[in-house]
Design a protein around this ligand. Structure first.
Ligand code: 0A1
Ligand code: ZN
Length: 890
């Protein structure tokens, strides 16, 4: 079914514009309901394009005037958001005056109000909601911006670049003038006019320049900015040391805003952040929040080079900046963890980060790649670009960059990056341009076949089998690849897949690897390059049959299909020298057990599994953070993905039973572990402490699931006595995930303590929306979610609240959401329709929760289909939601 809501834009249709913009002078007379924007653009003819009119886009604007060189334009045509103006000569000044209503802007795209302040969000196409402009990333102009506002309400006036003037105006107003020396696309424009205060720090860049760093927040939050500031300084140092990239401005600002659709935005010199990724102090933020602040600050900072200095030619190239920047922030976080862990713990610390990243990929990207929205990391078409800020573009995009890094090596990759900036600084380029410089910097390394990663959707399968020849001591590994068909893309070609391999001997130690015909070099892990449909690799010189350890470190974003029996998984769980694969063996074993239990409600938990689990639990030589990863069951979304058909209720029942059994049978071990993992002294955010807290919290979860009296008592004490949010919230989560009568009182106490703290209340909403039912007689979670919709702290206008309550219920609680009576699905439709009229981007994100409906049982499919159709038929459907629901029903 095609929807008439939005035309489809094709990547192949890209043409340069006939006119671009050299300089922009913007003037904002800020007023909550009637802001007047005056925009003077110096438009220049593009010598590289066909002759044609000046093209501008404008949306939801009241146009007051438009002149070309001071005159009314000779010809002006309008169609939808597009305005075309005929102009002569090569350089003309176009001046547009528009009036906008920030207060009425509930989309949080363009100029909007949050808590009385003015904020902007322009990526991808929000600038056209501010003024008429050639709103495309390949138009890079120099911006000068004057802001005028009421001084009392908005004492702080910020925009990109350097402050070049400020002063008083009549009627209690004031102004500030900013100039950004670097040409940029308009999606990187930003302004902030609000009542804020800043934490400031001055630092020297590697070339010795002094730069001013500021983190701007509301006054009461000044004590929560230190970690963001430290993270910024660490990011700057890392980019200098790792890539030789220095901050290019005299001032770099981060601003926190409570109403924001996404995580944060890399506007040049003026990053705007969701408060969730800036504010952190021990009493309100968990260790995981601290980690997120660090990685999001790094991500946005790294965009200054990968995204801003070199940007995207068009939005199909989004992964050029996002995949690369996610890879950079992942490497940064891994380096930070490794540094904190010291030489001995570095490998394990890096593996913990890798595991985190792969969990996200498997939970969010694999399902996307198997569903109706599947797209290559560089899509070929879209209806609404905002729907393409996806796990595929970001996370799989980062995996593709990681594979390049693996294939070219650290130094080759760095050389490629250097060449990338030397060729393309100040330009808007394509993914092909990037891969081409990587090849050129590495003696013409052939990356032609590698480019298929950019054009093919779907998660590739790598099927592996081994053959042992005892007579000659050789082990032949056969690797075969295939990629399942995805919508609109049936035939798939073989990809270049780096498969990192180790062979484990019967003693549990890695064997030295020697491929037939090659010399021995002592390596115990090596990267095989799978490029054909099927290839064989023959290892020789082996004394006994080895156990293969494949795809070490998750060397490619694929599903590995390898027949391993329980004993072999337990062996690798205990011995694999690659910590990532050791974790993965535990996950595979757990997956097998839980899926068998879901298929057969009477299937017991195998003793051997409990024993393997106990061995990991008690292995004091293993880093606690690693143990916490290895003892956590695979995510529910990932497990559903592995079931055909998906039966969320059966899976939930199996998970409840497995958690209980592991809690009961290992109760003494968990209690001892909990006690051993206590962190004395005052809270500090440090990965070593965080690992201990994570493991202690996990122990409480298993004990609470089992209803263990001692465990629950420990949870209650910890909840009451905790000195920090990680412990307090960990204990609360354990209580909530139990049948303990104290759970409601604990939720209430938590609420009372944090009633005025929006970010902490988000945790409180999410915890209840994500709760499992441990007691068969308990009410459905939907009843609670519905009740919380009317909580005074809840608001459908605040994305964080929507993600916490509705997002958690729709996406992280499948065992409740997919209730057999269809009540969850009907509630979903109701909420998507309500959100659609307010904030289409947020509505579309919620709408995606049901896109994979065809994977479910026939009864669930029928229930979901009816609700998808109800949404599609609803009045005033945004292109955002229409694309998601339309594709789901296609
Ligand atoms: N470029 C930002 C993500 C972002 C995208 C769109 C937004 O509004 C619709 C906001 C932020 C990043 O990668 O961090
Ligand atoms: Zn980004």
């Amino acid at each position: 079914m095609k929807t008439e809501h939005a035309p489809t834009i094709q990547r192949a249709d890209y043409r340069p514009l006939s006119w671009t913009v050299e300089t922009v002078d913007l003037h904002f007379a800020l007023d909550p309901e009637a802001t007047v924007v005056t925009n003077r653009m110096l438009c220049v003819r593009n010598p590289d394009a066909d002759a044609g009119p000046i093209r501008l886009w404008g949306e939801d604007l009241k146009r007051l005037s438009l002149t070309v060189d001071g005159q009314a334009p000779a010809a002006l045509r309008e169609s939808g958001a597009l305005i075309e103006i005929d102009a002569g000569g090569d350089r003309v000044v176009v001046e547009v005056r528009t009036r906008i209503d920030p207060k009425a802007n509930t989309t949080l795209s363009g100029l909007y109000l949050s808590n009385g302040g003015f904020f902007t969000q322009c990526e991808a196409e929000g600038f056209r909601r501010i003024t008429c402009f050639p709103d495309r990333p390949d138009v890079m102009a120099r911006f000068t911006v004057t802001l005028e506002a009421d001084r009392a309400n908005c004492p702080v006036l910020l925009s990109n670049g350097n402050l070049i003037g400020q002063g008083e105006l009549p009627d209690g107003r004031h102004y500030a003038r900013w100039e950004d020396p670097f040409p940029k696309p308009c999606y990187l424009f930003a302004l902030v006019a609000a009542d804020l205060v800043a934490l400031e720090r001055t630092v020297q860049t590697m070339s010795g320049r002094e730069v001013l760093l500021q983190v701007w927040v509301e006054e009461g939050n000044l004590d929560r900015c230190g970690h963001a500031m430290d993270s910024l300084v660490h990011s700057m140092r890392w980019d200098e040391e790792t890539f030789g990239l220095e901050l290019d401005l005299d001032r770099f600002m981060i601003v926190a805003v409570a109403d924001f659709n996404m995580g944060a935005m890399e506007n040049k010199g003026l990053n705007i952040f969701n408060t969730k990724f800036v504010l952190a102090k021990p009493d309100t933020a968990t260790d995981i929040d601290y980690e997120h602040v660090e990685s999001v600050v790094a991500h946005e900072y790294f965009h200054n080079w990968t995204g801003n200095r070199v940007t995207c030619r068009d939005w199909f190239q989004l992964t050029l900046k996002e995949g690369l920047t996610v890879f950079r922030d992942q490497q940064f976080s891994a380096d930070m963890l490794a540094r904190a862990a010291g030489a001995e713990g570095a490998a394990s610390a890096r593996a913990v980060k890798r595991i985190d990243d792969v969990r996200v990929l498997r939970a969010a990207q694999f399902p996307e790649d198997a569903g109706p929205m599947a797209h290559p990391i560089r899509p070929d078409s879209y209806q609404e670009i905002n729907n393409f800020y996806t796990a595929t573009v970001y996370e799989k995009g980062a995996e593709v960059i990681r594979m390049l890094h693996t294939l070219l090596g650290q130094e080759g990759f760095r050389n490629g990056m250097d060449l990338y900036f030397s060729y393309h600084d100040g330009e808007a380029v394509t993914c092909d341009d990037f891969v081409e410089v990587m090849s050129e910097a590495n003696n013409g390394f052939d990356l032609d076949q590698f480019m298929r990663w950019y054009s093919q959707a779907g998660t590739p399968r790598v099927k592996a089998s081994g053959e042992w020849n005892a007579a000659v001591g050789s082990y032949t590994l056969t690797l075969a690849q295939y990629t399942p068909a995805t919508p609109g893309q049936h035939a798939k070609l073989p990809l270049v897949i780096p498969v990192a391999v180790g062979l484990i001997g019967p003693d549990g130690r890695d064997c030295a690897l020697r491929l037939d015909g090659e010399a021995q070099d002592g390596a115990t892990t090596r990267v095989l390059k799978l490029t054909a449909d099927e290839q064989r690799f023959r290892f020789v010189g082996l004394a006994a049959e080895p156990v293969p350890s494949l795809l070490r470190g998750f060397s490619a974003p694929v599903v590995l299909e390898l027949d391993e029996d329980d004993a072999r998984l337990a062996f690798r769980m205990a011995h694999d020298a690659d910590p990532f694969n050791r974790w993965d063996a535990a996950q595979r074993y757990a997956e097998r057990v839980v899926l068998a239990m879901a298929a057969d409600a009477a299937a017991p938990v195998p003793d051997a599994f409990v024993a393997a689990f106990r061995a990991l639990l008690g292995d004091g030589a293993l880093d606690p953070a690693f143990r916490a990863q290895a003892l956590a069951l695979p995510g529910e979304a990932y497990l559903l993905e592995r079931m055909a058909p998906a039966e969320p209720l059966a899976l939930r029942a199996a998970l409840v039973r497995l958690m209980r059994t592991l809690g009961e049978r290992l109760a003494a071990d968990w209690l001892a572990l909990f006690d051993a993992m206590q962190v004395p002294g005052e809270y500090r955010y440090h990965p070593a402490d965080a690992g201990r807290r994570a493991l202690a919290n996990l122990a409480l979860r298993y004990l609470a699931a089992a209803g263990d009296g001692e465990g629950l008592a420990r949870a209650q004490t910890r909840f009451e006595a905790a000195s920090n949010m990680t412990e307090r919230f960990g204990a609360l989560a354990a209580l909530v995930q139990s049948t303990h009568p104290a759970r409601e009182a604990a939720l209430e106490a938590f609420h009372a303590r944090y009633r005025d703290d929006a970010l902490v209340l988000d945790k409180w909403f999410a915890l209840q929306a994500g709760a499992w039912r441990w007691d068969d007689a308990a009410a459905p979670v939907l009843d609670r979610v519905r009740a919380l919709l009317s909580d005074p702290a809840f608001s459908l206008s605040n994305p964080n609240k929507v993600y916490a309550l509705l997002g958690t219920y729709f996406r992280a609680n499948p065992g409740e959401f997919h209730a057999a009576d269809g009540s969850g699905h009907a509630f979903w439709a109701e909420q998507v329709i309500a959100l659609n009229g307010r904030n289409p981007q947020v509505a579309a994100r919620m709408a995606r929760a049901l896109e994979s409906w065809r994977r479910f049982t026939p009864a669930l499919q029928a229930s979901i289909r009816a609700q998808l159709e109800r949404v599609l038929a609803s009045e005033g459907l945004s292109p955002d939601v229409a694309e998601v629901v339309g594709k789901a029903l296609d």
